[in-house]
Design a binder for this molecule. Structure first.
Ligand SMILES: C[S@@+](CC[C@H](N)C(=O)[O-])C[C@H]1O[C@@H](n2cnc3c(N)ncnc32)[C@H](O)[C@@H]1O
Length: 253
């Protein structure tokens, strides 16, 4: 499934803010090695490089388009093409960081203990995932997928991999000397026509539209766009409010 870094970064400030807030809670002064899993165009990696100028910083990314953008950023970091699912580093890291990526990967009950295994003693696993799969933006996406002529094509379009805060506590507490889990609901204030559609087009909508041919895609977007306009009406001041819930975890090994 392909990614378009320019569409993704249309909302660069909103998408990078959770990475800043996650990083602010990592209690390490001078880690020697840090990696950003699913680094995308390098926006989250840049935060690690700025906070720890003496650390060895890496970014791991599976999308060639995103990786090309990250490499062109000129950041002081090594960008590696790879898949988090099969990633198996030779040496541990002081920081394994991941912003807005792990929800694309199944079975967090197996994934997180494995990632904790790549964290050095005293080091940190820090991640943020959206937990908005029951929000109108995502429920309507699934409804339109299930009720159109494309239903069979989209039957397995998207799995929800994200667990509850309590489940993350149960998975990580036995492996952590300290564990901090919290949620935030951002109230994004968006501008322009169909801004929620523009937002999800850069991320969660891709598995629903990429399997469709051009005609189906047009019909899907027209139906879904109309439903989004009802669910997220444009206000008299021209702005559209888009609440967005995210879960954060910082586990110190
Ligand atoms: C929503 S972007 C997040 C980018 C950046 N970390 C940020 O904070 O904005 C998710 C990124 O994770 C990457 N990704 C998804 N699944 C992955 C996997 N299994 N292995 C490596 N990268 C993955 C995608 O290609 C995409 O660039």
């Amino acid at each position: 499934m392909s990614w378009d870094p320019d569409i993704y970064m249309k909302f660069a400030n909103e998408r990078t803010r959770p990475a800043m807030e996650l990083l602010a809670r990592v209690p390490l002064r001078a880690p020697a090695r840090a990696i950003d899993l699913g680094c995308g165009p390098g926006n989250s990696t840049a935060l690690l490089a700025a906070r720890w100028p003496d650390a060895e910083i890496e970014g791991l990314e599976s999308s060639p388009e995103m990786l090309a953008k990250a490499r062109a950023s000129g950041l002081r970091a090594t960008f590696i093409e790879g898949d988090v699912e099969s990633w198996s580093p030779e040496r541990p890291y002081d920081v394994v960081f991941s912003n807005a990526t792990l929800h694309w990967i199944a079975d967090h009950r197996a994934l997180l203990p494995r990632l904790m295994g790549y964290v050095a003693d005293g080091g940190v696993l820090a991640f943020q995932v959206p937990r908005n799969f029951d929000a109108p933006s995502h429920m309507l996406m699934r409804e339109v997928a299930q009720n159109g002529p494309w239903a069979a094509k989209l039957a397995n379009a998207r799995q929800v991999n994200v667990e509850t805060p309590e489940a993350y506590f149960d998975i990580l507490a036995p492996l952590s000397r300290s564990l901090d889990i919290w949620e935030t609901t951002y109230l994004h204030v968006l501008e322009g026509d169909d801004p929620v559609l523009a937002w999800v087009s850069g991320t969660g909508l891709r598995p629903f539209v990429q399997p469709l041919d051009a005609e189906e895609r047009g019909a899907f977007l027209s139906e879904y766009g109309a439903r989004l306009r009802d669910a997220y009406p444009r206000r008299p001041d021209g702005k559209t409010l888009f609440p967005f819930q995210r879960l954060f975890a910082v586990a110190r090994r």
